[in-house]
Design a binder for this molecule. Structure first.
Ligand code: PLP
Length: 364
């Protein structure tokens, strides 16, 4: 079976196998990682190794802190403004789809104004705003955007610059839930990067935050203390009990990326190949289509529709019987969506393309 789920997503098979082998007895300690104290030497070693491997994979500079938190990307929609707006100013947003819209709604709910300073709404979220279209507000405290919109399948092809009209550069904040670790990244361009784990990192329940350390001192006083980046950084992400098992599995995923895949440049090449193949198959048919501008087509989430949506049900039933799981599009947009996260092997894409061609022959 191949799993194309948008999240929680497929995990690498070798990671699941190792977790199975270690489930009852972690390296002869006589207990499961799930049963360990988060403050035990064994677990602290697991946690520190995971952070070291992640730092190596993403070449995270020393002046950034890595937090292994909870609450999902959705809690970060609130945590980011709480942590960054303590000295006033407004959160500025780029709006390119449903997840960005939710982040905007949460900032407005908590802080009132949250200007959208560039949007792809006018083109139906089919092409991201260009740098020249982005005009920050005079009081911008930071600029937030969503690198990859998981539902719309639209991805930024560049890292925006966040400069106020007076020329001051402000921190760039990015929701990378569905694209982090899909390839190399220049972390130094960002103030805060966050991601729910359940796509390219590990199981749901863990949330990664990477924050530049000069941003740890501008939080709002009334913020719930568990949401504070500074407190979490100082406590090694153990202000309370962390998601220990998810953290361990994330560590196994980082090891897999390093040793089985060969790092993020290799992952990047593989992801490019997978996505190019599938988009080429869609574009080459008169039966399937994808509406996103080629420059902004997501490598991780490929939405597509059939020429006749009365065939959707048959497509989904038959694809599932063929072992191609979770191809149904998001309930808000319909159609199909194939998520091609890191753990989805090239063979899965080949099998999907073969199935699509066969379905088209029989129904097109
Ligand atoms: N942001 C993006 C880009 C997502 O894809 C998702 C979930 O799919 C979220 C935010 C919300 O994440 P969570 O469910 O971890 O709160």
């Amino acid at each position: 079976h191949f799993n194309f789920c948008a999240g929680p997503a497929a995990l690498p098979q070798p990671v699941l196998e190792r977790a199975r082998d270690e489930l009852l007895d972690y390296q002869g300690r006589g207990l499961s990682v799930m049963e360990m104290s988060h403050r035990s030497a064994e677990f602290v070693a697991i946690a520190e190794q995971a952070e070291r491997d992640l730092r190596e994979l993403l070449a995270i500079p020393d002046n950034y802190r890595v937090l292994f938190t909870q609450g999902g990307a959705t809690l970060q929609f609130a945590s980011v403004p709480y942590n960054l707006l303590g000295r006033g100013g407004s959160a500025n947003f780029l709006h390119t789809g449903i997840w960005g819209k939710k982040a905007i709604a949460e900032a407005r709910h908590l802080f009132g104004a949250a200007p959208v300073v560039a949007s792809s709404e006018a083109n139906g979220h089919s092409a991201v705003p260009r740098q020249a279209d982005i005009a920050l507000s005079d009081d911008a405290a930071y600029l937030h955007y969503t690198a990859n919109e998981t539902i719309g399948g639209i991805e930024f092809d560049y890292v925006p610059q966040a400069v106020r009209p007076d020329g001051t550069e402000v921190p760039l904040v990015c929701d990378m839930s569905s694209s982090i670790l899909s390839g190399p990244l220049d972390v130094s361009r960002f103030g805060v990067i966050y991601a729910g784990a359940q796509k390219n990192i590990g199981p749901a329940g863990l949330t990664l935050v990477i924050v530049r350390d000069d941003l740890l001192d501008q939080a709002c006083a009334e913020m719930p203390s568990l949401m504070g980046y500074k407190a979490q950084a100082e406590a090694g992400s153990m202000v309370n009990t962390p998601a220990t098992y998810g953290w361990y599995l994330a560590g196994l995923v980082f090891q897999w990326l390093k040793h089985d895949i060969g790092g993020l440049a290799a992952m990047d090449a593989l992801n490019a190949r997978k996505a190019e193949k599938l988009y080429a198959a869609i574009d080459g048919s008169g039966f399937y289509s994808n509406p996103i501008a080629p420059l902004n087509r997501s490598r991780m989430n490929v939405p597509f529709v059939l020429a006749d949506d009365r065939l959707d049900k048959a497509f989904l039933a038959e694809s599932e019987r063929a072992g191609l799981l979770n191809l149904k599009g998001h309930r808000s947009v319909g159609g199909m969506r194939a998520s091609l996260y890191n753990a989805v092997p090239e063979a899965a894409v080949d099998a999907l393309i073969d199935f699509m061609a066969d379905f088209e022959r029989r129904n097109g």
